[in-house]
Design a protein around this ligand. Structure first.
Ligand code: NAD
Length: 282
């Protein structure tokens, strides 16, 4: 049986994943701001440090996997963009930085990070905000979002999810991760009926937007179904999955972006492509 750390395990999809892993006989070290074995506020650097350390202590320095589901959705509030940035991006990368040696100590460890289809369906997310995340500069992120005024939380959310997907893809393939046998991937759900979405649906203006958003297959996703995808991404069947962002969103990403991906390498990128080819060591 395996040992998994699950953040955001008190509610929604994180909770569903934790319940399924426990029911299968695994040890789950659950992390959340409420109702958890490791209680910590991931919106602060101190909270992230204490959560990372407490999990490592409980796991005895070896983790078979981690699921990073703690997250905040877009909601009104002046401080909301900062909270979204801290939890959705830094609450993932700082914990995984700390847990990497424990994951490398296990055999074929698996990590699933919660992204979102907001990463590909929200228009006009500033590249400066995404680069700010990747450079770990939260003030730069917030400066880039100021122009959006009351809409800033929506763009903070999308930028955090673009950045975390990019971090996953860049990091997954490095010698420290893939080279150490750790499989790092992301899941990008569409609208899934969890307390996070229920809160948004309770506001008439937001409900209107959500209900008119294109979902070709119709309806909302089910948290238990999404948890099954995550459990699959933690299983042996996912041994060859590395650096992928798996969209489970009823078709919204394909509706908007069918021709954008996959895409061949254009002639102007050939030089950097060949450089990457030469840089690879088996
Ligand atoms: P949820 O609100 O039901 O659960 C999120 C959990 O994160 C909660 O238990 C909450 O307490 C925890 N959390 C929030 N702030 C925290 C903090 N500061 N410190 C520690 N824990 C904190 O949400 P969900 O819908 O299950 O979302 C799970 C993940 O999936 C999130 O990353 C979310 O962005 C993403 N997502 C959700 C949807 C959706 O429609 N529900 C769609 C795409 C992506």
């Amino acid at each position: 049986m395996s040992t998994y750390a699950v953040t955001g395990a008190a509610s929604g999809m994180g909770r569903a994943v934790a319940e399924k892993l426990s029911a299968a006989g695994h040890t789950v070290i659950d992390v959340d701001i409420v109702e958890a074995t490791v209680t910590a506020d991931l919106s602060t650097a101190e909270g992230r440090r204490s959560a990372a350390a407490a999990v490592l202590e409980q796991a005895g320095g070896r983790l078979d996997g981690a699921v990073m589901a703690a997250g905040l959705g877009p909601a009104p509030g002046k401080d909301r963009p900062r909270l979204i940035a801290e939890v959705n991006y830094f609450g993932v990368v700082e914990l995984l930085d700390a847990w990497r040696p424990a994951l490398a100590a296990a055999d074929r460890a698996k990590v699933v990070v919660f992204s979102s289809n907001s990463s590909s369906t929200v228009p006009m997310v500033p590249g400066r905000a995404v680069r700010g995340f990747l450079d770990r500069d939260v003030d730069r992120v917030l400066r880039a979002l100021r122009i959006f005024g009351k809409q800033a939380p929506t763009f903070a959310y999308a930028a955090s999810k673009i950045a975390i997907s990019r971090w996953v893809r860049r990091t997954a393939v490095t010698p420290e991760w893939a080279g150490a046998g750790i499989r790092l991937n992301a899941i990008a759900p569409g609208a899934v009926l969890t307390p996070l979405l229920e809160k948004q649906l309770a506001t008439p203006a937001e409900a209107k937007q959500i209900n008119r958003f294109p979902v070709p297959i119709g309806g909302f996703g089910d948290p238990g179904d999404l948890a099954d995808w995550v459990v699959f991404m933690l299983s042996d069947a996912a041994d060859f999955l590395c650096g992928s962002v798996v969209f489970v969103d009823g078709g919204s990403d394909a509706w908007f972006r069918a021709d954008d991906w996959p895409r061949g390498v254009p002639a102007r990128r050939l030089r950097s492509y060949l450089k990457r080819m030469a840089a690879f060591r088996r």
